[in-house]
Design a protein around this ligand. Structure first.
Ligand code: AP5
Ligand code: MG
Length: 222
């Protein structure tokens, strides 16, 4: 039986985690699991948990580990994760990484690799100002680098494109700070476990995606 492809995509806000994870998930027919997207869906549902989540996300702070891990583990129990998954934006703290490592040990289904996408802060600040997200299916576009075919409309489902609320300059600054303080240390955590693959995320989207695919294909063929 083919080994399952279990990936983590790690990187600062705007690095391209979602862009590459979505394409790779489609290529391998495995789900892209973005904790940010799960949380935004919960917020849209108007639930009391959604109200709590919004109080953190709107300020660029991390959602507490217990709540985040609970949501993630529930999603991983779904049948579509049996062949593998791409975690986009999880884990983000050492606490989340340690809890997840315990769960992986229990499942006997190890992590394949951690894809780290590196981009300078100033590039990210400029980049996120022009990101647009589909209000229907969540697909991501960029006004200059990945424009939709029809202005303001999603290529996939034609729903209107919107700006994410946490893509304001002040919140982006806070998200970058949180990344450097709490999430970047995970690179060392996974380096010690020999799992990290580094990619320069400042370049053409298609070129970077093909580089990631080539390395992952090689990894899965040995
Ligand atoms: P989340 O939704 O995960 O946001 P993020 O980590 O801040 O990352 P982004 O989604 O902003 O960026 P991305 O790397 O996916 O980039 P994208 O592909 O869109 O989390 C949001 C919030 O939820 C957090 O702040 C936190 O509050 C909470 N949260 C989520 N997970 C959590 C967790 N585990 N624990 C606690 N709290 C959690 O690309 C960005 C733009 O750039 C797009 O427009 C794209 O088209 C463009 N682009 C991509 N690549 C390139 C390129 N090479 N060149 C030019 N443009 C490019
Ligand atoms: Mg994303």
């Amino acid at each position: 039986m083919r080994r399952s492809l279990n990936l983590i995509f790690l990187g600062p806000p705007g690095a391209g985690k979602g862009t590459y994870a979505a394409r790779m998930a489609e290529k391998h027919s495995i789900p892209q699991i973005s904790t940010g997207s799960l949380m935004r869906s919960e917020i849209s549902s108007g639930s009391s948990i959604g109200v709590e989540l919004n109080s953190y996300i709107s300020e660029g702070k991390l959602v507490p580990d217990d709540l985040t891990v609970k949501m993630l583990l529930k999603r991983l129990e779904c049948d579509d994760c049996k062949k593998g998954y791409i975690l986009d934006g999880f884990p983000r703290t050492l606490g989340q990484a340690e809890t997840f490592e315990e769960k992986l040990k229990e499942s006997g289904n190890p992590l394949s690799a951690v894809v780290v996408i590196e981009v300078d802060d100033q590039v990210l600040i400029n980049r996120l100002a022009d990101r647009r997200v589909c209000s229907g299916c969540g697909a991501t576009f960029h006004l200059k680098n990945l424009p939709p075919k029809v202005e303001g409309k999603c290529d996939l489902c034609t729903a209107p494109l919107t700006k994410r609320k946490d893509d304001s300059p002040e919140v982006i600054k806070e998200r970058l700070k949180v990344y450097h303080d709490l999430t970047e240390p995970l690179i060392d955590f996974y380096k010690k476990r020999g799992k990290v693959l580094f990619f320069d995320g400042d370049g053409k989207i298609d070129v970077i995606y093909n580089e990631i695919c080539a390395i992952i294909d090689r990894l899965m063929s040995v």
